[in-house]
Design a protein around this ligand. Structure first.
Ligand code: MIC
Ligand code: SF4
Length: 643
């Protein structure tokens, strides 16, 4: 037998040889976009000049930019709606829910391949799909029928045994894995779950685990498709879409990690990293100012019925505020119909929109120096919208206990674990998903003033002399490079404007310094390990490109960001000898000569430090295709030229 992941990848193989570490191109069945990355993605799709998407299914979901404090968000929504209608894309309107939750409920199918312009696309792995997060440009190319390229991954078997004790949740499974793997160890791997513990987990629980698998750096995570998957699909009135994907056995995996669910305890990821995991008991008694429940990790009907059941008959602590964002309109409607919403509101919860909301700093920011407890997947510095706040990531059960008692505490204090009842039948109402137009020629694309055109892409120059504009530490996130939040996120469709905020939280002088230097040859960024971890936002590559950044030289890169840099014609290079990292100073002038020929010959690039007079040897692992993309000045020029 082979693992499920290998079987799906091999069934979809279009290019390359399935050999560990070798680049393969796979056929993509489904695509997903959200609005904050979607506008750039569809601008790129438009530039490709095609009439219609070529995938089996493409869905555009509006869930990030929903605050609508002025015209910008609704301009984006209208643009996305018109583009979807014209090019054959399903459009999930604002209010319909968070992209991954909506996709899981209404679209995900076992055995399919999905790429999405959001790093938590692996949520659909809970349904047995190979679901991978990517940059918007990669998604645009896949919508145009092009393959998606990745290195043949290692398949790691995560063997689940036992069953979860009361008050220990699916969230604790992935937090445990993060604690063990330390985040970023998943790079180049697919995490595939198997073993007797699998059948104790519902599809939404599996999806919580695959969702946050993104934080390990893994390419994706996947569960088998079994009777439980079939029941979930039946519940969603999509039973005909079920196919069985039987779980693998020990010998199918390159590596095995065993988790005994019965031995787990509630866990917490402390600031400012999802990998900074400790037992909840270490934090007992610590005061909590804010609790937020929701996000694509923990906002399913099961999660929120549990939350409501725990809140029923109680009041939240007077020093703690509680916000709940249901994952989808379907979840919200069911909560409302069955009285769960009333239980939560009576307890003092504030019901927020079915959208990303506080997870990406779009409202509900905590107070100064707050301890914010969240059921989300990321707690990066500044992401709550309040720089001095400290965010902790927990399960919904632990979050409720914190809201009720005003401190981190043992959720058993809430009494015996509630027996919850998930309605056996729910109403399926897809009226907030607009199908594409039957008369696409008549659809005009609506471009409000917030939709700026894509920048021009130039072929790679042969020689650069550039300045080190910033030297960063390890684990720089794409939130550090291109922050989100209520002020900056609405600028996602306007590159010149959003570029003014690059590295805002680390060095607000960066954009001006970069622009000043742009005409003099541009800049180079120096980074440590795992540079660009986190979100898939290609603005973390596009905006630096706009500011004249030509090269990023680091100890190592996170996968999606590295690919985004290549896609926008910025050279992602790594140090051959990490000792050189220490020698370089911000402000140094560096030089690369004859880079086109070096890339064509696939030989190492040497950078001269002119200021300090020494050579820096660098490495890269570009495939032939990636070298062509870089030489062409990015993937869009490359794709248009080669189609
Ligand atoms: C995130 O959780 O960081 C985001 C916001 O969903 C991003 C996408 C984006 O930046 O638009 C992601 O996860 O890829
Ligand atoms: Fe939205 Fe947060 Fe999920 Fe990103 S992680 S898709 S911001 S809910």
């Amino acid at each position: 037998m082979v693992s499920i992941a290998k079987k799906i990848l091999q069934d979809h193989l279009k290019e390359g040889k399935y050999e560990l570490g070798q680049e393969i191109g796979i056929r993509i069945d489904h695509t997903l976009t959200q609005d904050a990355t979607g506008t750039m993605c569809y601008l790129a799709f438009e530039a490709m000049g095609l009439d219609k998407v070529k995938t089996e299914l493409s869905v555009s979901i509006v869930d990030h930019n929903t605050l609508q404090t002025d015209f910008k968000n609704p301009d984006d929504h209208r643009y996305l709606q018109s583009v979807a209608a014209k090019y054959g894309v399903q459009f999930s309107r604002p209010g319909n829910g968070i992209c991954h939750q909506v996709f899981l409920e209404r679209f995900a199918r076992p055995g399919k391949t999905l790429i999405g312009s959001d790093s938590h696309t692996p949520t659909a792995g809970g349904m047995g799909a190979i679901a991978i997060g990517a940059g918007g440009l990669d998604v645009a190319v896949a919508m145009g029928g092009g393959p998606f390229y990745l290195k043949t991954p290692k398949i790691v078997g995560i063997k689940l045994t036992g069953s979860l004790p009361d008050y220990v949740a699916a969230k604790d499974v992935i937090l445990d894995l993060l604690r063990r793997m330390t985040f970023k160890v998943g790079v180049g791997k697919i995490l595939e779950y198997y073993g007797p513990g699998v059948k104790t987990l519902s599809v939404p629980e599996r999806a919580t685990i695959t969702n946050m698998g993104a934080e390990t750096g893994a390419t994706t995570s996947i569960f088998p498709s079994d009777e439980i998957t079939k029941d979930f699909l039946k519940w969603q009135k999509r039973e005909d879409q079920w196919v069985e994907l039987p779980e693998g056995t020990d010998s199918d995996y390159d590596e095995i990690i065993e988790i005994n669910l019965s031995e787990l305890e509630p866990l917490v990821a402390q600031p400012h990293s999802p990998g900074n995991v400790v037992p909840l008991s270490d934090l007992y008694g610590k005061k909590v100012d804010q609790v937020a429940i929701g996000s694509c990790t923990n906002s399913s009907l099961k999660d929120l019925i549990t939350v409501a059941a725990l809140l029923k008959g109680r009041k939240i602590h007077q020093d703690t505020v509680l916000g709940i964002s249901p994952g989808s309109r379907q979840v919200l409607m069911e909560l409302a119909k069955k009285g769960h919403l009333a239980d939560a509101i009576t307890a003092g919860a504030r019901i927020l929109e079915s959208a990303c909301g506080p997870c990406i700093g779009m409202g509900f920011a905590p107070k100064t120096d707050a301890v914010a407890v969240r059921t989300f997947n990321r707690n990066f510095f500044g992401r709550t919208g309040t720089k001095s706040a400290n965010a902790y990531l927990v399960s919904p059960e632990v979050a409720v206990a914190a809201a009720v008692f005003g401190e981190f505490t043992d959720p058993n204090k809430l009494g015996s674990y509630p027996k919850i009842e998930i309605p056996s039948e729910i109403e399926i109402d897809d009226s907030m998903v607009l199908p594409p137009s039957s008369k696409p020629d008549e659809v005009a694309i609506v471009r409000g003033p917030n939709i700026a055109p894509l920048p021009e892409f130039q072929p790679l120059s042969d020689e650069f002399q550039f300045k080190v504009l910033i030297k960063t530490e390890d684990d720089i996130t794409t939130d550090d490079i291109m922050p989100a939040g209520a002020k900056i996120l609405p600028l996602r469709s306007n590159l010149p404007e959003i570029s003014k905020y690059v590295f805002e939280q680390i060095d607000p002088t960066f954009p001006d310094r970069a622009l000043e230097n742009k005409e003099k040859g541009g800049g180079i960024l120096i980074g440590g390990d795992n540079y660009g971890q986190g979100s898939s936002r290609e603005h973390a590559a596009l905006a630096p490109m706009y500011l004249g950044i030509k090269t990023v030289l680091t100890k190592s890169f996170a996968r999606i960001h590295r690919d985004n840099l290549v896609n926008f014609g910025i050279l992602p290079l790594t140090f051959s000898d990490n000792a050189d990292y220490d020698k370089i100073n911000a402000g140094d002038i560096l030089e690369i000569k004859g880079v086109r020929k070096t890339l064509e010959d696939n030989t190492p690039i040497t950078i001269r430090n002119i200021t300090q007079n020494f050579d820096i040897k660098t490495s890269y692992d570009f495939s032939d295709r990636e070298r062509q993309i870089l030489l062409a000045g990015g993937k869009l020029t490359y794709t248009v030229a080669s189609s």
